[in-house]
Design a binder for this molecule. Structure first.
Ligand SMILES: [Zn+2]
Length: 288
């Protein structure tokens, strides 16, 4: 890990998981010129109430690519079928080859006790790959790496079998605009399936109103995180931590490289400490 710019790889289950759980950290990295690569392991083909799965998979690949452009990151969708993922040998080897090709300093993924079976399968496969990536005779066609990357779990609030233990928490308020712009690219989700799935909420007609509606929805959805990890926020920000409302939190995997204290700021840059206070992401255009 001797190069200056961090290399960050997200291995998440679905197109939109990365921005929902880690958009602030990814924005902070992108604003510092890091190489950010986002992978949705499944094709997202189960996330709708009326579109055909094949049509949906194509649409979601395009939506993800567009979301990646907001950050200047590559956003790739693999073709494992949505809502049918298992931590197979095939998936583990695919991840090992991906890690060896991209050589990330930091991998972000789900925990193995998350609610969604696809999230669990991805978390398990990353865990299984994160030591074997150093073993030459595993997937020998891809040259092995000498050291495992740091693996961090994106936060969830589940408690069984054990609650999330954050090593890093930070305020994502300066990044909310970027996160919402990324989320808005996933139109089939945020403006179609999620409103349907969450009780037929009405989505406003005009684009500006839709973005405002999405921003309010996103704030509401992640708001419980701040209270959940309040003690950690106060430890980080002092008394001001009591007033923080929208956060991200990361737990470091025990099964990959440990996070050294002197690597903490490089791998987890605080969005608020970006130059000018706000990550300078160039948003080329809003969603159509
Ligand atoms: Zn998901």
């Amino acid at each position: 890990m001797d190069h200056e710019r961090a290399r960050v790889l997200v291995l998440a289950a679905h197109p939109d998981d990365a921005e929902y759980h880690a958009g602030g950290l990814l924005a902070a990295h992108a604003s510092r010129g890091a190489d950010v690569r986002i992978i949705s392991v499944t094709d997202g083909s189960a996330g709708h109430h009326r579109r055909h799965p094949r049509e949906l998979a194509v649409l979601r690949r395009d939506e993800a690519r567009e979301a990646g452009r907001v950050l200047g990151a590559e956003y790739v969708t693999w073709d494992f079928p949505d809502a049918a993922l298992f931590p197979t040998l095939e998936l583990r080897r695919r991840m090992i080859r991906e890690m060896r090709a991209f050589r990330p300093d930091l991998i972000l993924t789900h925990r193995t006790c998350d609610y969604h079976p696809d999230h669990r399968a991805v978390g398990q496969s990353v865990q299984d790959a994160s030591y074997l990536v150093t073993v030459p005779l595993v997937a020998p066609d891809a040259p092995h790496v000498d050291t495992a990357p740091v693996v961090a779990h994106m936060c969830d609030l589940f408690t069984r079998p054990y609650p999330f233990r954050p090593r890093v928490v930070f305020d994502v308020e300066p990044c909310l605009d970027v996160i919402v712009r990324m989320l808005a690219c996933h139109r089939s989700q945020v403006f179609e399936f999620l409103p349907y799935n969450q009780g037929n909420e009405r989505v406003p007609e005009s684009e500006d109103d839709r973005i405002a509606w999405l921003a309010a929805w996103y704030r509401r959805m992640i708001r419980p995180r701040a209270d959940h990890f309040r003690a950690a926020l106060v430890a980080r920000y002092g008394e001001a931590g009591n007033r923080v409302e929208h956060i991200e939190a990361y737990e470091i995997s025990e099964y990959a490289a440990p996070l050294a204290d002197d690597e903490l700021d490089r791998l987890f840059p605080d969005p608020a400490s970006s130059p000018g206070g706000v990550p300078r992401i160039r948003v080329e255009k809003g969603p159509q």
